[in-house]
Design a protein around this ligand. Structure first.
Ligand SMILES: Nc1ncnc2c1ncn2[C@@H]1O[C@H](COP(=O)(O)OP(=O)(O)OP(=O)(O)O)[C@@H](O)[C@H]1O
Length: 409
């Protein structure tokens, strides 16, 4: 996350105030990272991960690349029959995604419900087994790791979930929740050191020591999400996949949790993949944004460029639906309304998967040829036949919109 804290940093930490809280003034986890007996640890459900990196096969990209995903596919079989079960087809939840996440950045992943964002995040961490493709984490190909190597590797990639209540075991105290992952990775080194580490972890997410002996139901939604974040941090990860981290929270609390994530990122050098359907949230925290549609990326750009110059008609439609933050400012943007529902990922359209809802569909081209995600300049990637035209010099980038013909025009 680069300098995107402007709006939310002003929020007061009301969520952590209240009955048992400590201010959001966090301290010391970075020192703990240095101190903590350098072993590798893991968090059970929380996480996952992949490769205990090290020199390995598949060096990809420059030094600044932490994660490379190549042609990732996750297809879920559709089972039919009770006695004789057979595979009647597949849900193509993720169907050929290529992306890189740079060290220390926040990559925002957006798209409608059901387009495969969660499955991509889980596939990347191997919480769900990919059907195909490759995942390279810190120069190590982790797609093929198994058993103990995979388990060990999971320490470095953790996940935080949308609904902190359902992702925290109601029968476990906060202490037990936090210690579980540390123990799994040999980071619980002695009673006193572990206790100090737990207190430090809580402090880093703005919760007091007294939280240790409480249970998830005793906290507010925002506080529970802080516990989820502490659980992920407990094993000293490099990458955190945050799946809709604030969408279950009150609007007033969302900014506080986002601020906390930003602050932790700066202090600990964390890398984030943030999954969200709320484009306002993603814009605020992301350095780069990927837009998913029916299992694939259709556009990727820096956050600023994505909002200033979206090129894919799906991205334009998503952005045109985001309300203007200042109600006194007249909204002069073109409203692009998508017709129809998201097609089933079990039966995706031929050609460009978006063509059935695209206001600018070109007959026979878009419904037969699937456009590739192509760089149209400066790392801005678009999967659209118009992007192909730009690359081929048939139209200029700035002519795209006026040249497009809406079927209702
Ligand atoms: N374990 C599974 N078995 C079968 N189908 C699945 C499974 N998990 C997800 N799917 C299907 O894969 C598709 C993508 O789901 P996914 O949850 O990844 O989308 P999403 O973009 O994260 O949506 P949401 O924002 O609603 O979580 C959906 O059609 C979903 O029903």
């Amino acid at each position: 996350m680069t300098d995107k804290t402007a709006t939310t940093t002003e929020a007061t930490d009301t969520d952590t105030a209240g009955t048992d809280t400590a201010g959001a003034d966090t301290v010391g986890i970075d020192e703990a990272r240095n101190d903590a007996a350098g072993a590798d640890a893991a968090g059970a459900e929380t996480a996952t991960g992949t490769g205990e990196a090290g020199p390995g096969d598949g060096a990809v990209g420059g030094d600044d690349v932490l994660v490379t995903v190549e042609d990732l596919k996750v297809h879920f079989p559709i089972k039919r029959g009770i006695v004789l079960e057979r595979t009647a087809g597949y849900v193509y939840a993720v169907d050929g995604v290529d992306l890189t996440i740079r060290r220390g950045e926040t990559y925002g992943l957006v798209g409608e419900s059901g387009c495969g964002k969660t499955t991509l995040g889980r596939g990347l961490l191997r919480l769900v087994e990919p059907t195909g493709g490759r995942i390279v984490f810190d120069d190590t190909d982790v797609s093929t790791l198994k058993g103990e190597t995979l388990r060990k590797s999971r320490r470095r990639m953790q996940m935080i979930f949308q609904d902190p209540l359902s992702s925290l075991d109601p029968r476990q105290s906060v202490e037990s929740i936090l210690v579980e992952g540390m123990r799994a990775h040999g980071l619980d080194s002695g009673k006193e050191a572990t206790r100090a580490r737990l207190v430090e972890l809580l402090d880093s997410v703005g919760l007091p020591e007294s939280a240790l002996h409480k249970y998830p139901h005793e906290f507010s939604g925002g506080q529970r999400q802080r516990i989820g974040i502490a659980r992920a941090l407990a094993v000293e990860p490099d990458l955190i996949v945050a799946d809709e981290p604030v969408s279950a929270l009150d609007v007033s609390v969302q900014a506080q949790v986002l601020n906390l994530l930003e602050e932790l990122q700066q202090r600990l050098g964390l890398t984030y993949l943030v999954i969200a359907h709320d484009l306002a949230v993603v814009r605020h925290i992301s350095d780069r944004i990927g837009v998913m549609y029916l299992g694939s990326l259709v556009e990727e750009a820096s956050s600023d460029e994505m909002y200033a110059e979206p090129m894919h008609p799906y991205t334009k439609a998503l952005l045109s639906a985001v309300p203007v933050p200042d109600p006194t400012v007249e909204d002069e943007r073109e409203q692009i309304l998508l017709t129809g529902d998201l097609p089933s990922p079990a039966n995706p359209p031929t050609g460009c998967r978006f063509h059935t809802r695209c206001p600018w569909k070109q007959d026979t081209l878009c419904d037969t040829n699937r456009p590739e995600l192509r760089d149209v300049g400066g790392g801005h990637r678009v999967a659209c036949h118009y992007a192909e035209d730009i690359l081929a010099g048939r139209i200029s980038r700035h002519e795209v919109e006026p040249e497009l013909v809406h079927p209702d025009a």
